[in-house]
Design a protein. Sequence first.
Length: 190
Amino acid sequence: MNETLYPNSSGPLLGPFDESDVNAPTDLAEFGSIAFAPNPRVAVRAEIEEGTGRMVALSFDFSDSTLQVQAFASPKGESLWDQVLSDITANLESQGVSIERHLGPFGSEIYAYIPISSDELKPVRMFGVSGDRWLLRGVISGSAVTDLEAKNELEGVFRSIVIRRGQVPLPPRELLPLALPEGAIVPKAN
């Protein structure tokens, strides 16, 4: 059994899971390398890269909040999250973005206040979990940054995720491939 690497963990925690984990949920919605237990209270949408048409992330919407997730390749037995977190922090600080580091339920995370207009800041929370040759990054925005009900709903989605890493060698930090499930409805571009 491959266990997800949880910093600050004294025992088994609920996901996210590697597909080889015997405790991983079943009856999943499949989006390529990311699968998850559907939640009727949470809407899911694919984030598509403009120009290439490549799916680069999944977003889960609950009320006025969003959880965006991306899965990346990482070296076996090595956590990339601390390096990625340092890179994100340096990038945001170089742009003058205000950030705070915290220890959360998934380990080290940051809260940032991203400018969305000249007089409005959007709070976001960024966290990640490393597994067997993968890193799953989550970004929560909206009231779920502080509201307990919304936070619990979106963290529950994150914990239900099962990563299907596959055996294809990929360089560290390469996005793991995503795909729409068979029969998914794709909105037409305007």
